[in-house]
Design a protein around this ligand. Structure first.
Ligand SMILES: Nc1ncnc2c1ncn2[C@@H]1O[C@H](COP(=O)(O)OP(=O)(O)O)[C@@H](O)[C@H]1O
Ligand SMILES: [Mg+2]
Length: 189
């Protein structure tokens, strides 16, 4: 557990060293790679987080999804049981700041979508191993959600977020693919 904490701290420090031009450049490269993937092309409904710097930018990805006629659903945390619900987002002014400075969908202006309807889930994380395991932000929200999720999963990461060893616990679940500014990692290889 403490090992995870140390890894999170280390990765946050490393990420905070990225300059804004680099952040924009790498985020753009990653987004362009995502649009070429079959999972993206085939998805009608995309689950994606609202990025908070220094996570890979997702605002441009959400705009692109709208332009392509896809439905975008974004998570709202339920702290009580550390679960997630996904709600439709059709404009950025449907977001409010509720929880840990994260932007979340305003319930009165958005509709919940069942997890079974999400074709592609973009799974956030601080660090990833080449086998797809992730170090999240420490809430375990996505580990809980992924247990019952059967759609496609992709994580977006800066190259420096790929690390050799991730401290793992039994409940940790991997993603199927990781897209970085340098490569696409298929985690079942
Ligand atoms: N499927 C689950 N059921 C119950 N508790 C879980 C589950 N997944 C994770 N947790 C709990 O959530 C907490 C955070 O999980 P952790 O993997 O450290 O965070 P993260 O994946 O966000 O980095 C842990 O205390 C863990 O026991
Ligand atoms: Mg975990």
């Amino acid at each position: 557990m403490n090992q995870k904490k140390e890894f999170r701290k280390m990765m946050k420090e490393r990420l905070s060293a990225i300059s804004q031009p680099e952040y924009e450049h790498f985020s753009y490269l990653i987004a362009q790679k995502l649009y070429k993937e079959a999972e993206w092309k085939e998805a009608g409904i995309i689950g994606i987080t609202i990025s908070k710097t220094p996570e890979v930018d997702t605002f441009q990805i959400i705009r692109r999804a709208w332009e392509e006629g896809k439905k975008v659903v974004v998570p709202k945390c339920r702290p009580r049981d550390r679960s997630l619900e996904f709600r439709t987002l059709s404009a950025f002014n449907q977001l409010e700041s509720v929880y840990y400075g994260l932007w979340e969908p305003i319930p009165e202006q958005t509709e919940e979508v069942a997890s079974g309807e999400i074709d592609l889930l973009i799974v956030p994380g601080l660090a990833f191993s080449r086998s797809g395991f992730r170090l999240g932000f420490g809430g375990g929200y996505y580990d809980r959600f992924l247990r019952f999720f059967s759609g496609r999963t992709i994580s977006l990461a800066f190259h420096m977020q790929l690390i050799d060893e991730i401290p793992l616990e039994e409940h940790d679940l991997p993603v199927e693919k990781i897209i970085t500014d340098r490569e696409i990692v298929r985690t079942d290889d």
